[in-house]
Write a protein that binds this ligand. Structure first.
Ligand code: GLC
Length: 436
C-alpha cells in the first residue's frame, strides 16, 4: 500500500511544474511557521486555502477582510496556485499523499469531491448542517458534493457553461440567436464575410480539464453521453460522440469559424478574443460577464447569453462547474475552518462575492436578489440553466477518466488521430479503468 502510494506520489510530483512545487513548499514552511506561533505567542489561528490566482482576487477584495473582522482569532491565508483546475488538484493530491496536508480549508472543484472523499482526505460534514439549511442551495450543487450519501463540502459558488453572443451584430444583420449548430456556423460565416469580426466561435480546445467541460456540452447537444455514473457504461465510441468531435473539427477547417490556435486555448485566451471584439460567439463561464461589460470594454452592453445550441436529437447542455469548501481530515483547526465555511457560504458573503466577481451563487435566493438582479439581469434565467446543468461523471476515478478523454480528444482535434480511432481507444481505456 505504502509502496503504491510512493509510486503514485512520484508520478504526481513528476507532473507538477517547478512553480507548483515551489508553491507547495512555501505553504509547508508557512504552515510550520504559523502552527508553531499560536502556542508561543497566542497569535490567531491561520487557515490555509489554495486556489487559482484569478479566483483569489475577489476573495481578497472583500469577504476575507469581513470574516477576519468578525473573527479576530482567525486569519485566512490565501495561497495562489496555477490557473487550471487539474494542476490545482495535483497540488492538493500530492499534499494529501505526503501526509499532513498544509491546507485546512479545501476549495474544491465539483469534480474532485468523489475522489477526495473516497481517499479519506476530507472531514464528513453531513451532521454539521441541517436538511433545511441545505435546501437553500441548488440541489445539483449539493449532489456534486456528496459521496456515498455523505456530504463533504458546502457549495460556495456554482458555475455553468454558456454561449455568449454579440447581440448588436446579430440584430444589425437580422439574425435571431442560434438554436442549432448550423445556425452557429451560418451566422459566424456571414459576419466574418462582412468583415465585422475575425472569428465566429471561440472555445476551449487545449488538453486540460476545460476541454472536457466544454465537450460535455457539445456531446449533450448531439445526444451523446460520456460515462453513465449509475451503470458505468461508456458512450465515447458511439456515433454521437464522433459526430460531436467532427463538428468541433469543422469549426477550424473547412468553415474557419474558429481560429487554428483554438486547440491551445483555455478560458482566458477565448475571453480575450471575444472581449476585444474579434468573435461573434464564445463558450465560457459566467465570470466573463462583468469583465466584458466594464466601461473600457469595447463590447460593453453588446452581449447576451444563452444555453448551448443542439441538434434535434440532443438538448442544450450546460456543464455544471463550481467550487465548494471542505475541511482537510488533517487540519488542526477544524472548528475554525467550519466557522469560515459557514461565513463564506452565507447569504451575506455570497451576495458580496457575486456582486464583486460576477460568479454564480450556490444559494437559490440570490439569483432573484434585487441587488444582484439590478447588476446582472440575466441571473433569474441562469438559475434555470443551473437546475438543468449536466454533471461530469461523479465517480471516484473522475480524474483518470477525464485525463483519458482529454488525451484522445486533443489527438482527434489536432488531427493526430481520426475521431473514430481516438474514441475507440478512449472508450476501451475508460472501460478498463472502470472495470467494465
Ligand atoms: C471552472 C468550473 C470548473 C471547471 C473549470 C474547467 O472553473 O467552475 O468546474 O472544472 O472551469 O476549466
Amino acid at each position: 500500500m505504502l509502496k503504491l502510494q510512493v509510486i503514485k506520489l512520484k508520478k504526481i510530483l513528476q507532473k507538477l511544474k517547478f512553480r507548483a512545487i515551489a508553491i507547495f513548499l512555501a505553504v509547508v514552511f508557512g504552515m510550520v511557521f504559523f502552527s508553531t506561533k499560536p502556542a508561543q505567542t497566542q497569535q490567531p489561528v491561520t487557515l490555509n486555502l489554495l486556489m487559482t490566482a484569478p479566483d483569489a482576487e475577489p476573495w481578497k477584495q472583500g469577504i476575507i477582510k469581513d470574516f477576519e473582522a468578525k473573527n479576530p482569532g482567525i486569519r485566512i491565508n490565501i495561497v495562489e496556485g496555477p490557473n487550471a483546475t487539474n494542476l490545482l488538484e495535483d497540488l492538493y493530491t500530492s499534499a494529501f499523499i505526503l501526509g499532513d496536508s498544509p491546507y485546512d480549508l479545501i476549495n474544491m472543484d465539483v469534480i474532485w469531491t468523489p475522489k477526495f472523499a473516497a481517499a479519506g482526505w476530507l472531514l464528513d460534514l453531513t451532521d454539521k448542517i441541517t436538511k433545511e439549511e441545505l435546501a437553500a442551495f441548488s440541489p445539483k450543487d449539493v449532489e456534486g458534493r456528496r459521496y456515498k450519501d455523505k456530504l463533504y463540502a458546502i457549495p460556495m459558488r456554482s458555475d455553468v457553461g454558456m454561449l455568449y453572443y454579440r447581440k448588436d451584430l446579430l440584430k444589425e444583420a437580422g439574425f435571431n440567436p442560434p438554436e442549432s449548430f448550423e445556425d452557429l456556423v451560418k451566422i459566424s460565416q456571414s459576419l466574418q464575410q462582412k468583415g465585422k469580426v475575425d472569428w465566429g466561435y471561440v472555445w476551449q480546445g487545449k488538453q486540460y480539464e476545460g476541454l472536457a467541460a466544454m465537450f460535455v456540452e457539445i456531446l449533450e447537444g448531439f445526444g451523446g453521453y460520456w460515462v453513465n455514473p449509475e451503470t458505468l457504461e461508456v458512450g465515447l465510441d458511439k456515433p454521437e460522440t464522433v459526430a460531436a468531435i467532427e463538428f468541433l473539427k469543422t469549426t477550424i477547417q473547412p468553415t474557419k469559424i474558429s481560429p487554428p490556435g483554438v486547440t491551445t486555448y483555455q478560458e482566458e485566451e477565448t475571453r480575450r478574443i471575444f472581449q476585444n471584439g474579434n468573435s461573434v460567439f464564445l463558450r465560457n463561464w459566467p465570470y466573463v460577464w462583468p469583465l466584458a461589460n466594464t466601461e473600457s470594454s469595447v463590447i460593453n452592453g453588446k452581449i447576451a447569453i444563452k444555453p448551448m445550441v443542439h441538434t434535434k436529437n440532443g438538448s442544450s447542455g450546460a456543464c455544471l462547474g463550481g467550487w465548494a469548501l471542505g475541511i482537510s481530515q488533517s487540519s488542526k483547526h477544524p472548528e475554525a475552518a467550519w466557522k469560515a465555511i459557514q461565513y463564506f457560504t452565507s447569504e451575506e458573503a455570497q451576495r458580496k462575492f457575486v456582486l464583486e466577481a460576477g460568479f454564480v451563487p450556490s444559494r437559490r435566493s440570490l439569483f432573484l436578489d434585487p441587488q444582484i438582479v439590478a447588476k446582472y439581469p440575466h441571473y433569474p434565467q441562469l438559475l434555470k440553466v443551473v437546475d438543468q446543468a449536466v454533471l461530469r461523471p461523479p465517480i471516484a476515478q473522475y480524474a483518470q477518466t477525464s485525463d483519458i478523454l482529454q488525451r484522445y480528444l486533443s489527438a482527434a482535434l489536432t488531427s493526430r488521430m481520426t475521431p473514430e480511432a481516438a474514441m475507440k481507444n478512449a472508450a476501451s481505456e475508460t472501460r478498463q479503468l472502470l472495470g467494465r
